[in-house]
Each structure stands twice: as structure tokens, then as C-alpha cells.
Design a protein around this ligand. Sequence first.
Ligand code: AMP
Length: 544
Amino acid sequence: MQGLMQDWPLTCNRIIDHAAVQFGGHKVITRSVEGPIVETTYRGIRQRALKVAQRLVKEGIKSGDRVGTLAWNTARHLESWYGILGAGAVYHTVNPRLFPEQIVYIVNHAEDRLMLADLTFVPMLEQIADKLPTIERYVILTDGKHMPATKLKNAVAYEDWIAEVDGDFSWVKVDENDAAGMCYTSGTTGRPKGVVYSHRSNMLQAFATAMPDVFSISSNDVILPVVPLFHANSWSLAFSAPMNGASLVMPGAKLDGASTYELLDTYKVTATAGVPTVWLALLDHMEKHDLKLPHLKLAFIGGSACPRSMIEKFQDKYNVLVRHAWGMTEMSPVGTAGHLKPHVAKFEREKRLDVQEKQGFSLFGVEMKITDDNGNELPWDGKTFGRLKVRGGTVARSYFKGEGGEILDAEGFFDTGDVATIDEHGYMKITDRSKDVIKSGGEWISSIEIENIAVGHPDVAEAAVIGVSHPKWDERPLLIVVPKKDKKIGKTEMLEFLRGKIAKWWMPDDVIFVNEIPHTATGKILKTALREQFRSYRLPSAAE
Ligand code: AMP
């Protein structure tokens, strides 16, 4: 027997329709790429998205065609997304922090037909444009007044381009399982691979992430997504914020501590989201200038491990609750979030922080398990490490054009490439990427755990731990430290700082101080490059 309810496809255009009807006057504030801070509303975003969709159809864009965007978090970028998916096409967010050769690769692989780009990226595009044969036109996200002279093919200022239509348009009809968007993995190993989100998966992720134990989004909120739209749907905020009527403050190209603080403070932002590096800069700025953020209630932190010292500072000094979260491009992207369940919230302070340092429990719609190398499930005891695998309606089942082949196990779980423990309360803790875990004497050492403790040292700006080959133990940990500006730390002092905080046999065999650590396009430490750099490094212990 079938249910007798209406068929109401979960298509993303419904989100902006709802936002315009119920929260039409709620603001979207942007630090524009041109400089000034500009304001619009959800009603405005929808009206202009309709124009984008109409203009794309006029341009000959058909259902399923890919339209690239190379842009910061701005209202124009947001309305472009809704316009693209509203035309039945697929937004393809290109991460501008990728190397130009990677951008060439992914734009060609996605076969993007148009490219909507911020002014910032015009010079870079000019350098690679002759290698991008599928792009028929470049639309620069600015007005005629700021439009630069450029030889980019059929280049036009966005405002002039959409002014050619009147916005009297209806969204192109799509199926909820049709593709809405695309984002390539950052490609730390091998070529980037395309993850293709459907309207339905985006919608499910928006429902799931807006829930109280995850991002807890309401129409009372003002949210500043520092996490970019080009980094996996800005953790769904492009959908979950308008769906729930939360106002948005878009930071544009300026993500330094002072600029972020200015927006958080001026617009009384209540919740924000981003990777730990951004918060280091913000906290640094606030401490230096003795500033406060009385309106900010929640910082959603993920993308890489959030250090305990950061959680403590936000909560104790600034009264901002930290919710540590984990996810990946292949998961739309949020998979777990670290709300404290009621019995856990009763733990004493240090134990509570231990839980907050973990990446949290799975959202509704995501199942997880840990297995050994043979696929046998491992216990949820908070100690046993295993390969972390996930299944659900917001998880990829394959990559674009079948790259990478079959990616699911026999039970339909996707191997995240992360190594994790899960405790008896359901909280998952990432201990490593499977390729970064240090294998010492047949046992595994978590590089992330040591890094997290090392960055708690007041003079350490950044730390990375890699496995270096060792004649007796196979691999031993090497700690690489970037001291804070004008600070000097000694090797013995650094090791003393770690002693007692980690198991004895996890203690790094050596410490090296450097000025800089290489990063990926999404701000993660590029361990492959570090391992390459220190491939022939001889640990003092290797001579013993
Ligand atoms: P991306 O697809 O670029 O977002 O990268 C996803 C990867 O980032 C995950 O597989 C993890 O290795 C890492 N990651 C994301 N969030 C966290 C977190 N909170 N703690 C540690 N690693 C994380």
C-alpha cells in the first residue's frame, strides 16, 4: 500500500523560494570584492537568481550543463548558484587556491561551458584561458564601472549580462535526483575527483545540518560563513541558512583576523563556521586588541582538527560555544558534529573537553563504522583505531565520469580515508588520514594527536608530525614546528611540553623548527610534501 501524500520533489530552488516568501526582508550582507559593504535580502537574491537562470537559458545553457564559479563568499556568488541550479544546470565551484594546472584539469574534466569569476581571479584566468577550450564565455562578477579590460573570451560584466533579461521566468523543472552542483576533491593524492551533489542530497544535508544538535539554525540567527562556498557548499550554509531564514554576512575576499572581527562585531553575528586557521587569526587579533564578541554564540569548527586550546579560549574567554565537526567533500560535506549529549554534558570539565576535542557523533542520515584492513568491524570503545567508513543519502556513491572506479564496500559504505576511534557514547575521533598514520613496530601512532598537543604550546604557531623511516621500528615520529613570530623554542623544551601528555612510545624522535609548513588548497597541512622533503632525514635514534 502506498502512502497518500503529495509528491513534492526536494529541489534546491524551493529553498530560495521559501526564504523569499517567509524571510523576504532578511539580509544578506557582503564585503564586496570591489571594497564597500553592500546589502541585499533573500527577496533580492531570488529575484536576481531568476534573472541569472533566464540569462543562462538565453545563453543556450541546457539542463545538466556545468557552469563554473571561481568566487569568494558574496551575495552575487550565492544568487549565481541559485540561478544556475534554477536553470537546471550544475554549479561547479572551482577552488581558486588550487594550483593553476589543477584548475585547468578540473574545468576541462567538468567541461564547464561558462565561468562566473570574481575580479580577483581575472589575471589568473587570463594565464590559463587558452587551455580551457570548453569555456564559451567569462562572466565577471562585477558591474560595468569596475569591469577590467580583458581578452577573456566573450567577457562581460555580470550586472550588464543579467540586465539583458527581465527576470520574468519560472525555474526549469528538474528531478530531485538530478545534479545540482559539483565540487572536486582537493587531490592531495592523485588527481582531483568530481563529487556530484543532487538537489535531493543538498536538501537532505541542509535539513540535517540545521538541526539543534548540529548547527542549530533559526531565523533569529545572523551567520557568517567564513568557510567558502567553493569548499563543499560552505558546509551547507548556502542552503541551510536561507532554508531557515537566518541572515547571512558574506566576508568576500578578506579573511584576516581584523576583517573577520569587524563583520562579526558590526553585524552582531550569532554563529560562524570555518577551519581552525581562520580562528587562530581572529583570536590573535582579539587578544592583541582586548576585544569581545558578546553576540557570537556558536563557532562551528572543522575541516581539520580543532585544537583543545582553541576550544578552551573560545568558551572560557569569549563565552562562545565551540562545536567541532568533521566531514568531507564526498559527504556534502558534514558527517559528525560535537554537541554534548545530556549525560556527557554532566562530565567534569576536563572530560567534557576530551569529548569536545573529538569530531562528534553522526548526524541523522549518516551511518558510520570503523573496520580493520580486511573490512571486519571494530568495537566502539574509544581506543581501537580503524578505517572510518560512512553510508547515507548525502554520501557520494561514485565520482564524476566513474573516476576511481567502485568506491563503496559490499555493504554500500564509503571509505573516508580517515582513521578513527568511536567511543561508547558514539563520538568519533579522527586519529589520522590512513596514509599519514605512523606505523611504529607494528602499532599505529596518531600524528594528529601529537600535533594538537604541540600547538597548545604558547609559542607554537603550527606543528606537523610525520613518520620517518627507522631501521628498527619501521617508522618513528618527527615533529616539525613553526614557532610564532619572534619566538624561539628549543627541542628539549618542546619534548618536555609533550611528555606525560602522550604515551612514551609516541614521543617524537626528533624536533625540527621551520619557518613554514606547506598547505593544500583547502588549508590542510600537505603531508605528502613534508614526507618528500624529509624522506632521507636520518633520525638521531636511527644510529643507536
Ligand atoms: P575536504 O574534502 O577537503 O573537506 O577534506 C576532508 C578531510 O579533511 C577529511 O577526510 C579529514 O581527513 C579532514 N577533516 C575534516 N574535518 C576534520 C576535523 N574536524 N578534524 C580532523 N580532520 C578533519
